[in-house]
Write a protein that binds this ligand. Structure first.
Ligand SMILES: Cc1cc2nc3c(=O)[nH]c(=O)nc-3n(C[C@H](O)[C@H](O)[C@H](O)COP(=O)(O)OP(=O)(O)OC[C@H]3O[C@@H](n4cnc5c(N)ncnc54)[C@H](O)[C@@H]3O)c2cc1C
Length: 349
């Protein structure tokens, strides 16, 4: 009962006056001004319930109350909702006809995502399905290496493009047997340092905003990826793993197979299999570890309160400056629990 999300949800529901229906889609935060008529202040939210009914819920309006809105819509949803509510870069908001409540240029900036790069490894024998059960931390913590095995990539095509030159029996057998015996040894990097941005496309909350992560814009991110890929290649060529895979398949064959997979919409450079830098750029995938857009110190303070506005906190991955460790979810859940307890304690004291 006291999971972090439940605590946050309980706080949300306790604060909102007369909410009888759950929020299905939050449209915006209603912002007024404080008693002096100068500082923006949260008054409530506008939302749709599960049946499409539109509601406005107001915060309690008592003299000594510390009611507030806690926004936890994630790295894409939270900056989007702040902007739709009038908190964001003034020019962008005005261009969409949104009334500017607070010009806050950092909302939607410094978006990040850990890049994921992989080497595909076909196996001659059946491999049990397993998903990243073990993670290796390599190169002084700059690389996280994990593997996914035994899945079916047959819907994806390896035809077209620059096919592996190797015409060995092993290679032909591997390509014709893409239904079950595949593994991916994948790596992601610490950080990352590269930062992108999020911009609204329109004022419809149900439309995804435009998001750009600028993978590998920072040279250090690219160099970390190259180190990670080199480690992956060493692992795949190690005696321990070579016992299970097609020994005749060269590293070049494996790199070419991956380059020919439709893993993203990026153009494939002819030197993607000879330069690990280019390989990292051309075969990058998301690992869904989005963060930023409402970063601490830029959009929210250390109590996760939005700068320049009363009564709004953002508590989710949008406040992070980097993605913690290999997988962020446990840290985000701990943040929810910790903040929920801290807020409740302060109210009781
Ligand atoms: C396919 C996939 C696999 C992943 N695997 C792992 C993993 O194995 N391990 C790991 O640690 N992490 C994993 N992650 C990442 C992890 O899920 C995220 O980092 C984490 O959930 C982010 O937490 P959050 O609270 O910031 O946002 P979210 O968990 O995204 O929560 C935001 C919530 O707000 C809701 N929302 C957004 N806008 C609105 C709106 N306008 N109205 C109402 N609701 C709204 C969203 O629907 C969502 O429920 C994975 C992510 C994906 C997509």
């Amino acid at each position: 009962m006291d999971s972090p999300m439940l605590i946050l949800m309980a706080l949300k529901l306790a604060e909102l006056f007369l909410i009888e229906r759950e929020i299905d889609i939050l449209l915006l935060i209603c912002l007024g001004v404080d008693g002096n008529g100068t500082r923006p202040k949260a008054e409530g939210v506008v939302f749709y319930d599960a049946n499409g009914g539109k509601h406005v819920a107001y915060l309690k309006n008592e003299s000594n109350n510390d009611s507030e809105i806690i926004l936890s819509a994630g790295a894409v949803g939270s900056p989007q909702l702040l902007m739709l509510s009038g908190i964001g870069p003034a020019d962008q908001l005005r261009s969409l006809g949104i009334k500017v409540v607070l010009d806050q240029p950092m909302v939607g900036l410094e978006m990040g995502d850990q890049p994921l790069n992989s080497l595909i490894v076909p196996y001659p024998n059946h491999i049990q399905l397993s998903l990243s059960t073990i993670v290796g931390i390599a190169n002084s913590g700059k690389n996280y290496i994990l593997s996914f095995n035994g899945f079916d990539l047959s819907p994806l095509s390896v035809s077209g493009g620059d096919q592996p030159s190797q015409s060995s029996k092993a290679f032909q057998e591997a390509v014709s047997n893409l239904t079950a015996n595949l593994g991916l040894v994948s790596g992601t990097i610490k950080g990352p340092i590269s930062k992108g941005y999020l911009q609204l496309r329109n004022t419809n909350v149900s439309d995804n905003p435009r998001v750009r992560f600028n993978y590998f814009q920072a040279a250090e991110d690219l160099s970390n990826c190259v180190h990670g890929m080199q480690t992956i290649i060493d692992v795949v060529n190690s005696e321990s793993l070579s016992r299970f895979r097609y020994r005749n398949m060269t590293t070049q064959d494996l790199l070419k197979m991956m380059v020919n997979m439709p893993v993203n919409l990026r153009p494939k450079n002819p030197n993607a299999t000879t330069s690990l830098e280019q390989y990292c750029i051309d075969t990058v995938m998301t690992v869904w570890h989005y963060h930023g857009g409402c970063r601490i110190g830029k959009v929210v303070d250390r109590d996760f309160k939005v700068f320049g506005v009363d009564g709004v906190r953002v508590i989710d991955a949008s406040t992070f400056s980097f993605s913690p460790g290999t997988n962020p979810q446990a840290t985000i859940m701990m943040l929810g629990r910790s903040m929920g307890r801290r807020i409740l304690q302060r109210r009781r004291s």
